[in-house]
Design a protein around this ligand. Structure first.
Ligand code: ATP
Ligand code: MG
Length: 342
């Protein structure tokens, strides 16, 4: 594997990897994840492109980005399941190239799809995982994990008969069996109801409280808000990183909110705003539309034709994460198209 230190970094709207100093995390502790230049190509196309990640121990880092942006591919490279075409670094102090096998033993990886046996019970699934890891005290590990994840009452239930939320809990239990210090969770709550998601996240925070580091991919903004820090990736490139506040501040967006009966569903209004110069994102939140751009004057011109429309109420508002991410993906799409045309 070749090191790529010294190559140009991708643009960051938020806090760059360069500015992420040890002082703002834990000065003494070595990062749990510390990789740079990670690149993976399929058919000549870089689906992960020069990605740097650094996560301090005990932190929860949210990994966000649209479908196909390279999250799963990155996670698989971090835990040694996929060999990068370029890049270097460590997970838990172990080299992602030379010590991939050791990383796999020490990291808990929850795959995007449920990978356990539906025709085995919760207990039998955990016991099977214990065998895979050749755990010395398998029985004890199963008992501890059942208690830790609140699965004792259901231990005899077949995995295939569990609801989505309980399946995810079992999958988390399975990747905790060998007491990993780093968890790589790939969309662990996709399709899970809000209450079960909240409970899952309480569990994640409890684990982080024990010093476990978590990299978790998600498409849910409420989950992004529960992370200590975020990395946003699109077309394989990191477009923003930092805390929620840092990312929002770094984007420098001006946002107008327009409220009215069905504002979110007035297709003509949305389309007109989207097409106007200077508008980077138009997003509906219930009956409110957020119209965001970076240039205050240009945005004022864009909304001017619609300001006088009856039934609509306009006001300036703060940007939220979704405004920022939609703006970033729009710009990235333009850059990507320009690169492809070159
Ligand atoms: N084995 C493969 N061969 C060819 N292309 C691949 C392979 N694996 C992934 N890709 C492509 O790489 C890109 C990134 O895929 P990846 O699964 O990492 O995205 P993702 O961010 O996890 O998306 P999602 O949010 O849908 O899970 C996609 O365009 C995908 O089609
Ligand atoms: Mg994925």
């Amino acid at each position: 594997m070749t090191g790529m230190a010294g190559t140009t970094r991708t643009a960051n709207a938020g806090v760059g990897a360069d500015t992420h100093t040890d002082a703002d995390t834990d000065a003494a502790a070595a990062p749990a994840i510390d990789v740079r230049g990670l690149t993976k190509r399929y058919g000549g196309r870089a689906v992960v492109d020069d990605v740097a990640l650094r996560v301090a121990p005990g932190r929860i880092c949210g990994f966000l980005g649209p479908n196909g942006s390279g999250k799963t591919t990155t996670i698989r490279m971090l835990c040694g399941l996929l060999v990068p075409d370029a890049g270097s670094g460590t997970c838990l102090g172990l080299d992602i190239g030379a010590q991939a096998l050791e990383i796999r033993r020490q990291v808990g990886y929850m795959t995007q799809r449920f990978g356990l046996y539906e025709d085995l019970s919760i207990r039998e699934n955990l016991d099977f995982i214990g065998r895979l890891y050749e755990l010395p005290d398998r029985r004890g590990a199963v008992e501890r994990t059942l208690v830790r994840l609140g699965l004792v009452q259901r231990q005899q239930q077949l995995a295939g008969t569990l609801s989505g939320g309980w399946k995810q809990r079992l999958a988390l239990a399975a990747c905790l069996m060998h007491e990993p210090r780093l968890l790589l969770l790939d969309e662990p709550t996709a399709g899970v109801d809000p209450k079960a998601r909240r409970e899952f996240w309480d569990q994640i925070h409890a684990l982080a409280g024990e010093g476990i580091t978590v990299l978790v991919s998600t498409h849910y903004m409420d989950e992004a808000e529960r992370c200590h820090e975020l990395v946003y990736i699109a077309y394989g490139k990191v477009l923003a990183r930092g805390t929620q506040a840092e990312i929002i501040a770094g984007a420098g967006l001006v946002v107008w909110a327009v409220q009215g009966e069905g504002a979110g569903t007035q297709v003509a209004l949305v389309e007109a705003l989207k097409a106007a110069p200077g508008v980077l994102s138009v997003a509906a939140f219930g009956n409110t539309l957020h119209v965001a751009g970076r240039d205050e004057a240009q945005l004022a011109v864009a909304i001017a034709p619609h300001r006088g429309r009856p039934g609509l109420e306009w006001r300036r508002t703060e940007a939220n994460l979704e405004d920022v991410f939609i703006s970033l993906i729009g710009q990235a799409r333009d850059n990507f198209a320009a690169e492809a045309a070159e």
